[in-house]
Every structure is written in C-alpha cells, then in structure tokens.
Design a binder for this molecule. Sequence first.
Ligand SMILES: *[C@@H]1O[C@H](CO)[C@@H](O)[C@H](O)[C@H]1NC(C)=O
Length: 502
Amino acid sequence: MKTTNSRSSRFGKNPFVHQLKLTGREKLKIALMSVTVFPVRLLLVSFLMLLAWPFAFTASLCRSEFVIEPQSWWRRFIDLSLRVIMRAMWFCGGFHWIKVKGERAAPSEAPILTVAPHSAYFDAIPVTMTMCSIVTKLESRSIPVWGTLISYIRPVFVFRSDQDSRRKTVEEIKRRAQSGGKWPQIMIFPEGTCTNRSGLILFKAGAFIPGLPVQPVILRYPNKLDTVTWTWQGPGAFKILWLTLCQPHNSMEIEYLPIYTPSEEEKKNPALFANNVRKLMAKALELPLTDLSFDDREISLSQGPLRIHDYSSLLEFNQLICRLGLRAGTTGKALEEQARRARKLQGDTLGLDDFAQFLNLPVTDTLEQVHSFFDQHGAGQIDIRHYVTALSVVHRPLKPMETLKLAFKMYESEETGEILEEDLAVVFEIMLGVKEVDLSGMFLVLEGPDTGRISYAELQNFIQKFRNFALECLDFKDHPRKFCVARETRCNGNNQEKNKDN
Ligand SMILES: *[C@@H]1O[C@H](CO)[C@@H](O)[C@H](O)[C@H]1NC(C)=O
C-alpha cells in the first residue's frame, strides 16, 4: 500500500499514549508523600465528595428533564454550597490555586464553550467552577456519588453506540443552545476523548452544528511531572489519583479565549467551523494539529506480535473509506463475503471501473484515491485482495490474526492450504503499513525444507513464539533495527541446507 503523498506525517505520532517515567528522586518523594500527605488528602477529598452528594441529590429531586425551573432561594443556596465544596475538594487534591485567564462570556452571548485539549479527569475543574452542563456518555450517570454530581449539572447524555442517539444529542445541544440563555451554558470537549496534550486531534462536529457563537477555552497543566494525563495507554485512573495527590502542588490554567462567531459559510459547514476553531485553539496553545480522531485510536493502539508499525497509510485509507460510507457497513461476515469474491478473481487485477463495480459504488474522486492506494505500479490496475486485507485491518486493528486468517482464505492453495512467501509478504506490508517486506529470515528458521510456502497453523505457531514478531522476524524498508538472519543472497553467512537443495 502506498501513501498518496507526503501528508502522511500528520499521523506520525500517537497522542493516545502517556509514558510516565519517574526518576529515582521522584520515586523517593512519592514514597514519602504516600505515607504522609496522601492518606490525609484522600480522606478529605472523599469526605468532600460525599458531602456534596446530599446537596446534588436534593436538587435533582422534583426536577424535569425538559424545563428549567425558576431559581428559588434554596436552589441558589445548593448551587453555591456545591461550588464551595467542589473547590475545597480540588484544593485538598493539591490544586491550591487555579489560574484563570480571560473572561467567561454570558450564556446569551456564547451558549457553547469548547474546551481543549481534553486529557484528564481533572478537566472537570472548570466544569465545577462554572456549573456548566457537559456532554457525557450515559454510563457516567451510574458512577456512585460522582454520577449524582454529574446529573446535577444537567448533562446531555450520549449513547455512544447508537447512530440515532448521535442525532438526538445534537438536537438537544441545539435546543438548549437556542434557548437564549435560559439553559446553562454547555461545555463541550470537542475532541471526544483524552489525549496526552501533544497536539489537538480532530474535533467532532456536535458543538458546531447549531452554528451559534462559541467561546473556546484552553486548559494547561504546567507541571514538571505530568501525573494527570489519562489516555488510552498509560497509567490508569487510580494510579493517576495516587500520583497526583502525592504532588505538593498541582498547577492548572484555564484560559477563556474571545468568542468566535461563525461566518455564513461556517454556519452551513460545521466541519469547517470546527476546524477553524481547532486551528485557533491550537495556535493559542502553541500545539500542532494532529489529524486523528477518536475513531482512529484503535489503529494507533495496536499491540502484540503483529503491531501496526506505521499506521499513516492505514489511517488515510480509513478516512477515505469512511467518506465513501464503506466503513460503517463492514462486518466480519461482509469481509468473508468480499474475501470469497476476491478469491474467485484469482489475482486478476481490477481497473477503476471494475473496482467500482466490485464495491457497487459510482466512480468518484474518493474512490479513485482508494483505488490508487493499491495501484503499486501506476498501471491503473489493483489486486482486490490487497483492498480486502486493508479493510480488515482497519475494521479490527486489534485482531490481526483474524485478518491473517482472512488473507489465507484469499491466497491459500486449495490442495495444501499453504500461502506463497511473496503473497504473505504483501499481506504483511499492508497489515503493518510497511514496504518491501522480506520473509527470507523467517522462512530460514522454519522447520523442514524451505519450500517458500507456509500454512496458517505453521505461521500461527511461529508468531506465538515472538512477542514482537514483526520487528524480530521480518525485514522491511526502514526497519528500526536492521535484521540480519537472511538467506545467503542477503547475508554473507553460509547456508548448507540451501546449498544441498541446489
Ligand atoms: C504524547 O504523544 C506524542 C505523539 O503525539 C508522543 O510522541 C509522546 O511520546 C507522548 N508523550 C508521552 C509522555 O507519552
């Protein structure tokens, strides 16, 4: 698979990991704090959170989902108490002072606040300071204690899996945003997930679809040791809590940027609106733009022996097929069916028109881009098996063995169930996102005579032996550590077996 151009470097890094390395001194400090300050803080924080609960619970009684009741004196009292308790809780957690720059706009001026980068559960601090509503998944309502506090701020709930609920969420945001300041402002983390703050990933359109003015808010954690980042790979929630409570002081900065009013064009095109706000925020943060989204995280998080080495081309492919609507309909079964059809073609190559027919789609620019992805020699012809393999990889990036199995179904010989070395090399190129895979090293160490073929069972056995199969056993272009157990044509070592065969 080739990348269409040099833009691929946009994906080069993975913001969904947080590697926390502690020096000896830091470890010692943490050990000391763990037996002194930590238990006291933990106790106080837990106490304050429990103290907040009855207030939030009382307020949620006799409250409707759809109307805002008038601010009676007791509701005001509860609101104030909760703000004080929450602030005290963060204080006990080591967030002694929080620097706030700029000024929050009134709800009637900017009904939506877009907050980024989202990287920690401490991002709840600006929410508890303002008591703005948030958009959150439905599951968070059932977290004990915290769930009641979340419900207090009248969040817009999302059901992540349900397509229709996404539309309903946007409808609800719109309804509230257009209430002219009656409903609380909504704070939205448009990235939709936590990253390690190394860049701003793509914004979801939800906050921008109403086409109303938004106020961008940026968050910073200017601490020497980053104990707060909570992303897909790295310390878990409890470790973060522990390490953070062990820091003498935790710094945080909240900056309210000027209100951003969309142009007519941006109102019509939420994606454009979102991207312009993202650019503006990245500039204020002095961070790069990372063109990844929540849905891409799995591709960049693949692990294990067949870990994707360079995911830039797969991500680009993924974006194209999403645009074509091909991604949504992909299931294990649909892949099997495509593999069956691909096998029938027996390696016959497809031009653009045939490719369109294969997918039952009209010829478009995007389709042409997908086609050219697999057009290795620029001859306008592709091997459809490459496409099916790539589709399987992006559909289930965390299950590479499934993809291998599928590939065998397309390539294996009917009699022996074996796949040719050169075919397997291409499959690996697609799966790992690398070029010029050379399997001679791997075939050399396989048991039995070297036939240049391998069955699925043999390969599976072999892969299971190596935690880092792709790096240890394969050779490819730009391999980080050049591998040198190859057949005699590559290395200068003698290979007796091979000579005898000749
Ligand atoms: C954060 O993500 C970047 C890629 O965007 C990566 O290079 C960096 O190592 C990550 N930081 C940590 C601390 O893991």
